[in-house]
Write a protein that binds this ligand. Structure first.
Ligand SMILES: Cc1cc2nc3c(=O)[nH]c(=O)nc-3n(C[C@H](O)[C@H](O)[C@H](O)COP(=O)(O)O)c2cc1C
Length: 352
């Protein structure tokens, strides 16, 4: 067992860095490249049963934004995108993923299937197909950000805890013996309730949280960049994810494994998510900024951080979450605000 090893429930991982679903892993070659970069596993690009969701890939578009929020042809720091789903035949894609998972298993890695949810029947039948192929991990994404923008019926975002429990229960019934991870939306404030609902339905872990939606006005044309609202991701998202990880850890009293996603750009970000309760992380757009080598860099940074402090990854999990106070318990700091305003504000005003 190395310093960076971790587990999601009873599922062992070589390290806490998983390649999340997305276009870079929409081909066998991409999945193999992610595995070669050293990730613990790969969530292969998602499927769903609707033709509308498949067609969406033909209208997909992507732009990198610089630190100033301006579209750039350089590497960029944020990604603004209108993604689609794989157009591969579902049965054939699941067979391909299962074959890769068998290869990965020899190296103690994994390859998982994922569905972006469009309705219970599709989720249940695709989950059952995934199990038949011998896949070990199934990720059910109930929170894809562009549900309200996509063609009607293509993608559904589940924000109702009762409906989510029901859905997960039905998918659980056809995925016996598999790991069932539920990826929750980033566009709802009731994540702790949704995580509890997924757990009650039989999920082995939840992944927190899906991307946010944004609109980027173009300062040259005055039109919206990409012409539509789109998913917006970047390192800036990490503290928002960390808060929800910590709140969910508290709500589930550490009984539910949490996977953090959205905003991981470095090994230190993996540490940050772990401190807030994540037992593992999923990262993707780093690959669209710097290639699959980004994963190797992140894992190396994590290894160095732990080695310098003689810590194991498991020593980090939940430390910040468990030290979280309510505002009422914060120390008294009556004049602290004065340090953060211009001196003009303080003219004629006296400290306590
Ligand atoms: C271009 C793109 C495509 C994505 N496609 C999927 C998908 O098919 N299924 C899914 O569950 N998540 C999808 N995601 C979300 C990612 O899996 C990941 O959770 C998210 O990008 C946040 O992490 P990051 O900041 O490391 O990119 C996609 C993200 C991007 C940027």
């Amino acid at each position: 067992m190395t310093r960076v090893a971790t587990t999601i429930g009873c599922f062992p991982l070589l390290n806490p860095v998983i390649c999340a679903a997305g276009e870079p892993v929409m081909t066998e070659a991409g999945i193999r490249a992610a595995l070669r970069a050293g990730v613990a596993g790969v969530i292969a690009k998602s499927v769903n049963e609707s033709a509308a969701a498949r067609n969406q890939l033909d209208r997909a578009d992507y732009v990198r934004l610089d630190a100033d929020g301006t579209p750039t042809s350089g590497p960029g720091v944020s990604l603004f995108n209108r993604s689609g789903l794989t157009q591969r035949d579902t049965a054939e894609w699941l067979d391909a993923i299962a074959a890769l998972d068998r290869e990965a298993r020899v190296e103690n890695q994994f390859v998982a299937a994922s569905i972006v949810y469009a309705g219970p029947q599709g989720a249940i039948s695709i989950a059952a197909m995934a199990r038949q192929t011998g896949l070990r991990v199934f990720e059910l994404n109930v929170g894809a950000p562009h549900a309200s923008e996509a063609a009607p019926g293509a993608i559904v975002q589940e924000t109702d805890p009762d409906r989510l429990s029901d859905l997960v229960r039905q998918v659980r019934a056809v995925t016996q013996g598999m790991q069932l991870w539920v990826k929750l939306t980033g566009l709802s404030s009731n994540l702790p309730a949704l995580a509890t609902a997924a757990q009650n339905g039989g999920a082995d872990a939840v992944c927190i949280m899906g991307s946010f939606m944004g609109l980027v006005p173009d300062l040259e044309t005055f039109k919206p960049v990409l012409g539509t609202p789109a998913a917006y991701g970047g390192g800036w998202a990490l503290p928002i994810v960390c808060r929800f990880l910590a709140l969910t850890r508290q709500a589930t009293q550490t009984s539910l494994p949490l996977i953090g996603t959205n905003g991981v750009r470095s090994g230190l970000d993996v540490v940050r998510m772990a401190l807030c309760g994540a037992v593992a992380t999923e990262a993707l757009s780093i690959v669209m900024h710097e290639g699959f080598g980004g994963f190797t860099r992140i894992i190396d940074q994590l290894v160095s951080f732990l080695a310098q402090r003689n810590l194991a990854f498991s020593d980090l999990i939940g430390r910040s979450a468990d030290a979280l106070h309510g505002y009422g318990d914060a120390p008294l700091t009556p004049d602290r605000w004065r340090d953060f305003v211009p001196s003009d504000t303080l003219v004629g005003s006296h400290p306590h």
